[in-house]
Design a protein around this ligand. Structure first.
Ligand code: FAD
Length: 484
């Protein structure tokens, strides 16, 4: 009798423990660059960490996919800058030979003729440099660059000043380039006054056939079948629906997933994108986020940049040339139907470094969002018409593709956009990124819910390296005496 009562107690205790949510030192919500960086630093420092990822894969806005004769990148493609880059350093430390990709372009016009490469390249480089000139003027990037461009041609190419057609065509092309950089819909939506800084060194370092995924494998210690980190639990397909955080210093943070699973931890680091926060923050946090943070979420912008990647039996283009840019003639734009307007907003086609027989076409802004909704066969047919229109004179008999992949960063409920940019409201809210990244503290001043992700990086936002730095920043907030 005594034994069976003891058994009953043990069984009851086991049941009780099963019903108790699993508890961790820190839960990291989202396993992109910021989340994986934070989770692995904490796990290596001996903390018990749980990473909850909504999608069925790690990487977030980095997505390396086998395609063509190698790999393509649906999301981030390059390491932008080598100096003080956590991403580049990771490759170097692990002897992964990254390659620099010179994005020299060849300009094609919509009548199939070749544009003046050296002139256009010089003008694009000039306009690009202006975007990084500090200005206090409350202008859009479009107005700012246009003004600088006009001053430039007055001095360097005075004969162009009266060529209104060329000026309009070039500025239309430059607008598209800016939208691809920013994810914006139009360069008049982007602020000329921005705190963004490029990291020093080459801006287009490629993981080529290793794929950007290698960065995550190295962080997670799973590269070449590495064993991972023993203190780090990872749960994929686990969208977090609610984060309940205590104001007093005793309780734990409770994290609920859509499937009903509940976990608790002393700290939670939230790394979801600005797009996800815009859509879900009201339902996600209890108590609700403070006004400084909701204002930042409201006022900041996340843009859209998408890729359409076509695969061919073999490359029919010159692989030494890296970017085929499409410069529309005004009269040809006028002849495009309203329905097909989107094809006039494709910047051009580039050669991915990880796959020889694929070409990437680039869309952005509202057009990018709309293209995400089009059926595959229309996207394939129209992009092939576009390639033949611009490149068909130089490359006769361009063959049909053998496959297509494309990104849908806006439709994806776990990204809701590609990356953030500084909009026209930014000068009025100069500390919005800091406010977004500020932790929620309990009554003793201890950070309980912390925020990382590219949008929270005041100067290196919109990049993988910038996102990784914010993961490091928040991990260090929890390990203040560590020297990692
Ligand atoms: C097309 C494209 C091209 C780009 N090119 C470059 C480039 O060449 N170089 C460069 O440096 N950067 C580039 N970027 C930007 C770069 O990819 C991002 O800045 C960076 O990857 C963002 O990392 P993150 O950790 O902040 O966010 P994310 O990568 O978005 O990670 C957040 C994670 O949170 C998850 N999540 C969302 N909601 C939930 C939830 N409710 N519960 C649990 N998990 C959730 C998401 O699934 C995601 O995995 C590009 C981006 C895109 C889209």
């Amino acid at each position: 009798m005594w034994v069976s009562i003891r058994m009953l107690v043990i069984l009851a205790l086991a049941d009780f423990c099963r019903a108790m949510p699993e508890s961790y030192d820190t839960i990291v919500v989202g396993l992109g660059s910021a989340g994986v960086t934070a989770a692995t630093i904490l796990a290596k420092a001996g903390k018990r960490v749980l990473g909850l990822e909504a999608m069925d894969r790690i990487g977030g806005r980095v997505k390396t996919v086998p395609f063509g004769d190698g790999f393509i990148e649906e999301g981030a493609e390059w390491i932008h800058g080598t100096e003080n880059s956590r991403v580049y350093q990771m490759a170097i430390d692990n002897n992964i030979p990254t390659l620099d990709q010179e994005l020299e372009f060849e300009v094609y016009r919509s009548d199939g003729t070749l544009g003046n490469n050296s002139l256009i390249s010089e003008l694009v480089a000039f306009c690009h440099d202006q975007a990084f000139t500090a200005t206090d003027k409350p202008l859009s990037l479009g107005e700012f660059i246009t003004g600088k461009f006009m001053e430039h041609i007055k001095i360097k190419y005075p004969e162009l000043q009266s060529n209104q057609t060329f000026i309009k065509e070039f500025l239309n092309f430059m607008n598209l380039i800016v939208n691809n950089y920013e994810g914006s819909n139009d360069w008049t939506d982007v602020s000329a006054k921005s705190a963004f800084k490029e990291l020093g060194g080459h801006q287009h370092m490629s993981w080529h056939r290793y794929g950007y995924k290698t960065f995550f494998e190295l962080l997670l210690n799973t590269y070449n079948n590495g064993p991972g980190w023993p203190n780090l639990d990872i749960k994929l397909n686990s969208p977090v629906s609610k984060i309940i955080w205590p104001r007093d210093s005793t309780g734990n943070v409770i994290v609920q997933c859509e499937g009903g699973q509940t976990y608790t931890a002393r700290h939670v680091i939230v790394t979801v994108s600005l797009g996800v926060l815009k859509e879900r923050h009201e339902k996600m946090f209890e108590p609700a986020l403070p006004i400084e943070k909701t204002t930042a979420i409201d006022k900041m912008s996340i843009g859209v940049m998408d890729k359409v990647i076509l695969k061919f039996e073999k490359p029919w283009w010159d692989r030494k040339l890296l970017f085929f840019s499409f410069l529309w003639r005004l009269e040809d734009i006028a002849n495009v139907s309203k329905e097909d307007y989107w094809i006039t907003r494709i910047l051009g086609a580039s050669n991915p470094m990880g796959s020889d027989n694929t070409l990437t076409l680039w869309t952005s802004g509202d057009v990018g969002k709309m293209v995400e909704t089009l059926p595959d066969e229309i996207v394939i047919r129209k992009t092939m018409e576009l390639l033949r229109k611009f490149m068909g004179k130089k490359y006769s008999n361009i063959p049909e593709p053998t496959g297509m992949l494309r990104s849908k960063w806006y439709s994806n409920p776990y990204t809701r956009g590609s990356y953030t940019y500084d909009n026209l409201d930014t000068p009025n809210y100069p500390h919005a990124r800091e406010a977004l990244g500020a932790p929620l503290l309990d009554s003793s001043g201890t950070p309980r819910v912390l925020f990382a992700g590219e949008a929270t990086n005041p100067i290196h936002f919109s990049t993988v390296a910038g996102a990784s730095d914010t993961g490091y920043r928040e991990a260090m907030r929890l390990l203040p005496s560590s020297k990692m």
